[in-house]
Design a protein around this ligand. Structure first.
Ligand SMILES: [Zn+2]
Length: 395
């Protein structure tokens, strides 16, 4: 299915690209480009993380204190641990793993260890998850069409700054809106944001059309699955970004202030992308379902509530998860020393000892490494010690 999608999408976009699967790297999908040749690198682990997100979303529908205080933070920490391991920061990965274990109410791992064929979700959603991140990367190969590269640039009639202003207002920060707008204006790279939005918009259309045609489902169903795929991808990319920021800021002077600012800047860009995507989804649905009518604002507005409902049905879950993930990130920021600090050995030793003593922590680490593509005889404790010594030698 993924191969078929890629061949079809390459033809539609008129782009040429080779696709490779990566091993022993952070779970990711990325593109290497130079004139005349592009290479798309995907780790299949990323697909299974996306599936985990959807399962968590199902579990998180019941909003109770066990979910918000234990299940969500422990799941977020478990993902962070894997990304931190990928970024070769063993002490932070270990700290996150141990804390995720402490918060886990059920001792068994929260997700099936191996779900490589992604059999735990239905066919349409599975195809959407696998294709969306590839489609997004393929979208990056398509040349940018904007004549204005700043926050005044408009997407489907609305400027980026209008979206940002709305976000600030909805977050209840209306009384400091001008200052927030200034911070956004000076820290957001509009060219990067526009390229990401373009790639998202190309992806949503490609994936929804492909699903509707190949799996013979209604446009609304195809669009819903594509939006959910994008939502899962956004959260995991945001978590990955948070882990990079943590490594950059942990243990540094004034780190909290800068971390909070950088994290807000990243979050608002994710939110602007989602707003642009929903707007486009409404336009697409209108075109597909009422193609025989003139596409005026009132025609499109008939479909906007349908699309909004697809997204807002899980807004409470997303809010709860964001709060839990943010709390844990701040906790990591204050607990873990800077990656190159002298305090690391004192910080690392008790953690690795705890891992050595606990079969559950060892098993969790082992699963992370195997899922990332490490050989089956990898000893997680030895690997982390090795990684730690490598890092100390590099300081
Ligand atoms: Zn991108």
């Amino acid at each position: 299915m993924v191969h078929r999608f890629c061949e079809w999408a390459k033809e539609i976009l008129k782009v040429d690209v080779e696709i490779f699967v990566s091993w022993s790297c952070p779970p990711d999908v990325s593109m290497l480009s130079s004139p005349g040749v592009s290479i798309l690198i995907r780790s299949e682990r990323f697909d299974t993380l996306l599936v985990e997100y959807l399962h968590l979303k199902d579990a998180g529908r019941q909003r109770n204190s066990v979910v918000t205080e234990f299940l969500l933070p422990s799941a977020a920490l478990r993902w962070m641990a894997e990304f931190l391991l990928g970024y070769r920061w063993p002490q932070a990965a270990l700290y996150a793993t141990v804390r995720a274990q402490e918060l886990r109410t059920d001792r068994r791992p929260p997700n099936p260890f191996r779900d490589e064929i992604l059999a735990s979700i239905d066919e349409v959603q599975r195809a959407a998850l696998q294709c969306f991140c590839l489609a997004h990367e393929l979208g990056h190969l398509f040349p940018s069409q904007h004549d204005q590269i700043n926050l005044g640039a408009r997407i489907d009639g609305l400027s980026l700054s209008r979206h940002i202003a709305r976000d600030i207002e909805e977050a209840g920060m209306g009384d400091v809106a001008d200052q927030m707008m200034d911070i956004a204006g000076s820290h957001i790279d509009a060219s990067v944001l526009l390229r990401e939005i373009d790639a998202d918009l190309i992806a949503i259309e490609l994936v929804a059309v492909f699903l509707a045609n190949t799996l013979d489902v209604a446009p609304e169903t195809a669009l819903r699955a594509s939006l959910h795929a994008c939502e899962a991808q956004s959260f995991l990319y945001a978590t990955k970004n948070t882990c990079q920021l943590l490594k950059k800021h942990a243990g540094r002077f004034q780190s909290r202030e800068e971390f909070v600012r950088d994290d807000w800047i990243a979050g608002i860009q994710t939110s602007v992308r989602a707003r642009c995507l929903l707007r486009r989804a409404g336009i697409l649905l209108s075109r597909w379902c009422a193609g025989d009518q003139e596409q005026t604002a009132s025609t499109i507005n008939r479909f906007v509530p349908l699309v909004d409902a697809m997204f807002s049905e899980s807004s409470e879950f997303r809010g709860d998860l964001a709060v839990a993930a943010h709390r844990e990130a701040e906790n990591l920021l204050s607990a873990v020393p800077a990656w190159n600090s002298d305090q690391n050995r004192d910080f690392f030793n008790p953690l690795i000892e705890a891992a050595r003593q606990s079969s559950e922590i060892k098993e969790d680490l082992f699963h992370m490494l195997i899922a990332m593509g490490f050989p089956g005889d990898t000893n997680p404790v030895s690997w982390l010690e090795h990684l730690f010594e490598l890092q100390r030698a590099a300081v």
